[in-house]
Design a binder for this molecule. Structure first.
Ligand code: ADP
Length: 742
């Protein structure tokens, strides 16, 4: 083995093109994962411009250089658009700058432009190296050592327009900004019975517009991929008129910046305003959100996803060989995936071309099945009049909540009511969960009754943790019969599932329970079978991460260890994911428990790192991590052992995790799952069958599982699924924490 073979790998990282929230988390993860593996990471400042300029625009990053950046929007290593890199001469200079530092592996974080640039660079690399050798700018040994450039691409773009990854870095945060704005506009619009036209970013991609329209409960949306039919102005006005007549006090129309009509002509927000003013005589205002969408702190999702992607990009480059094809590191169904980079870029560009060719059916197809599905769901919910003629004897579907409160319960109930009405059913709201059902607190719900429920936390219908006892089943059966309930939608957590399972199991004794029943997962604990995520978990995670940001800031003035306790019962999802997204040093999970030996090692590590100059040590403890080693115990232990070196504080976050308005992701998921539940119940009622099921998002698909399978899929003692996908992420968590000296 030659001496050079043992040199550490030199990895360059750059952010390029438009900035996006979450880029910092990706850079941090790249640096830390690389340092863990013994590689060196060089930040290339200001994107390709820094690569062309060289000098101090390419500098190694240390562990601490990327501390305290998770919560910051934008990119700490800068980004730019660089004309020089588009020219071969610029790329030749870039090659020399990289070779002088031994860099032949790059993590490029940017949009399709930046990734195309990276690919061009990679293909030219051998020629560029040969040219530098010929010029005498490098020696033969250097040329021989770096025959190829290896690339891992991460997509940083708020537009979420890249084929090959479900989400791009920044898209979720942008959705947060837009949804916050729509919520704010809705309240002022409702006060004055006004209309608002909101223009959102996204270039050729309608993702932000469509998802924010769903999350914000808007009335109409215009997206580039699916322009409205001829005469849409009249149709839009009719729809808004119907909504007003059914009780809406405001109207919101979301327009994507790339919105066009069937002829391919742009539809501007101002044009929509003119239409509304002239045809409806409504007081209409335009809000163009602009760069606000790129700004602000990254969402919890953008932090943890970018962390996973950055970590995976380093693993990719560590194992890459000169023959390796460049890979895009993306997310598919909440898991990291790697796919050849250039086909993704080409297909992404194909969508834009298809739109220009006005082949809109193809444009929607290229965006994928769930995009089309969400568009249809949005349309069905926005229309106050049913799309089918109600039957003479409508089916009666009852909606109720059960278990602890989860943000997004209202969103799910609203979607179920509106979509059920759209199918011609009668919708009933059960007030106060299963207790309300026992007492017959049931009323019909109209389209207008659920107006405004999209955005609000809490549960308008109320919820209780009660599971009807065997003695109470008779009363439950009576209530279902009295109110002629033909189908039941149960939205809630563990207790709700248990209650539904009990009704299902007792159907031989109580014929009233022989109706279709479906459970929709809604709990911040994320501990339900059959679904990667339950409604409320993302909101809780965002609330925890916001609290962690404040806690970290409060600790800046002292040398301090924080022990933060999160909810989640026997499920460590919130603890692990907030640890990843919030930059914790150590997490304690109920799945792993806490041991004395482990605590001793933690204390030693804590002391060593404070001695080395650390100012903050953040630990997160899932509430049920251990019955005896409580949060208070941990604090006392650390305090005692820390002596004068550091002090210790605890923060038990408690019910702020259950409160709060649902995040955009939770609203969209709630809507999607509710739509499938209504489909399920409708199908059963049409067939005259009475299956019991629970629904979930598993491997990206909405799937229903028979209720009777529930015990086989769960650890009933610990009340969590037998398989928990996110436990695999512990390795990434460990790689983000400072290595321990043994
Ligand atoms: P985004 O990456 O967000 O799509 P741009 O398209 O502006 O943003 O690309 C960012 C930078 O990437 C450009 O300024 C340029 O330096 C580089 N780049 C883009 N396309 C190419 C290309 N075809 N060849 C070389 N460099 C490119």
């Amino acid at each position: 083995m030659s001496e050079t073979d043992t040199l550490p790998l030199q990895i360059g990282v750059l952010t390029s093109g438009g900035d996006a929230q979450g880029m910092n988390a990706a850079v941090r993860a790249v640096v830390r994962a690389a340092l863990h593996a013994g590689a060196t990471v060089h930040a290339i400042y200001e994107g390709y411009q820094g690569m062309v300029d060289g000098g101090d625009r390419i500098r190694p990053l240390s562990w601490d250089d990327v501390g305290s950046i998770l919560h910051r929007g934008g990119t700490m290593i800068g980004t730019a658009r660089c004309l020089a890199f588009r020219e071969r001469t610029g790329r030749l200079r870039a090659t020399l700058n990289l070779l002088q530092r031994g860099i032949d592996r790059l993590v490029v974080i940017g949009g399709d432009g930046s990734l195309t640039g990276a690919d061009t660079f990679r293909r030219e690399w051998p020629d560029l190296v040969a040219e530098l050798l010929q010029q005498g700018a490098i020696d033969a040994d250097t040329a021989a050592r770096h025959p190829a450039l290896m690339i891992a691409g991460l997509v940083g773009s708020i537009d979420n327009d890249m084929v090959g990854t479900d989400m791009t870095i920044g898209a979720d945060s942008a959705l947060h900004r837009i949804t916050e704005a729509i919520d704010a506009l809705t309240s002022t619009a409702a006060s004055h019975q006004r209309s608002f036209v909101v223009e959102v970013m996204g270039r050729h991609c309608g993702y932000l517009a469509l998802m924010s329209a769903i999350a914000g409960g808007a009335d109409y949306v215009l997206i580039p991929e699916n322009p409205p039919p001829e005469g849409w102005e009249a149709q839009m006005c009719e729809l808004l008129r119907n909504g007003r007549a059914a009780g809406r006090r405001d109207s919101i129309v979301v327009v994507a910046e790339g919105a066009i009509d069937r002829q391919g002509q742009p539809i501007s927000a101002d044009y929509v305003r003119q239409v509304l003013e002239s045809r409806l005589g409504e007081d209409t205002r335009v809000t163009i959100l602009g760069h606000v969408q790129r700004g602000g702190t990254p969402s919890a999702f953008d932090r943890w996803m970018s962390t996973l992607l950055g970590h995976a990009a380093v693993q990719e480059l560590l194992t890459a060989t000169p023959e390796s094809e460049p890979q895009l590191i993306g997310m598919r169904y909440n898991r990291v995936c790697r796919i050849p980079l250039m086909p993704c870029v080409q297909q992404t560009r194909a969508v834009a071309e298809v739109i220009t060719r006005r082949d809109y059916a193809q444009a929607m197809a290229l965006r994928g099945g769930s995009f089309t599905e969400m568009f249809q769901i949005f349309q069905a919910m926005a229309e106050a009049l049913p799309s089918v003629a109600p039957p003479a004897q409508p089916q009666r579907i009852a909606v109720l909540h059960g278990g602890g409160l989860a943000p997004g319960m209202n969103t799910a109930a609203r979607a179920a009511v509106r979509l059920g009405l759209d199918r011609g059913h009668t919708l009933l709201g059960v007030h106060g969960g299963f207790e309300g059902l026992l007492n017959g607190r049931i009323s019909t719900l109209s389209w207008g009754d659920v107006e405004g429920w999209t955005a609000t936390g809490g549960a308008e219908l109320g919820t209780t943790r009660q599971v009807p006892s065997v003695e109470q089943l008779y009363s439950v059966a009576r209530a279902l019969e009295t109110h002629h309930v033909n189908g039941l939608l149960v939205i809630g957590g563990w207790m709700a599932y248990e209650a539904a399972y009990r009704l299902y199991s007792e159907r031989d004794r109580y014929p009233a329970f022989k109706i279709p029943i479906i459970c929709l997962p809604a709990t911040i604990d994320n501990n339900l079978p059959g679904s990667d995520l339950s409604i409320g978990a993302d909101t809780a995670l965002n609330d925890i991460v916001a609290a962690l940001d404040r806690i970290k800031q409060s600790a800046m003035a002292a040398r301090r260890c924080f022990v933060v306790e999160t909810m989640g019962r026997h499920c460590g999802y919130l603890a692990l994911m907030s640890g990843l997204a919030g930059g914790a040093e150590r997490i304690y999970l109920p799945e792993e428990g806490i041991t004395l030996k482990g605590l001793q090692a933690d204390v030693e590590h804590m002391i060593a790192s404070f001695r080395e100059g650390r100012r903050l040590y953040l630990t997160i403890r899932g509430e049920y991590a251990n019955d005896h080693y409580t949060t208070d115990f941990l604090c006392r232990l650390f305090e005692e052992e820390g002596g004068d070196l550091f002090d210790v504080r605890q923060a038990v976050l408690g019910h702020i995790q259950q409160g709060g308005n649902p995040s955009p992701f939770d609203r969209v998921l709630a809507t999607r799952l509710a739509a499938h539940c209504i489909d399920f119940l409708t199908g059963e009622l049409e067939r005259g069958t009475a299956a019991g099921a629970f629904i979930g998002l598993a491997e990206g698909k909405v799937t229903t599982f028979p209720l009777k399978q529930m015990p086989d899929m769960t650890d009933t003692r610990c009340r969590r699924p037998l398989h928990q996908w996110w436990l695999d992420l512990r390795a990434v968590m460990a790689a983000m924490a400072r290595p321990r000296q043994h």
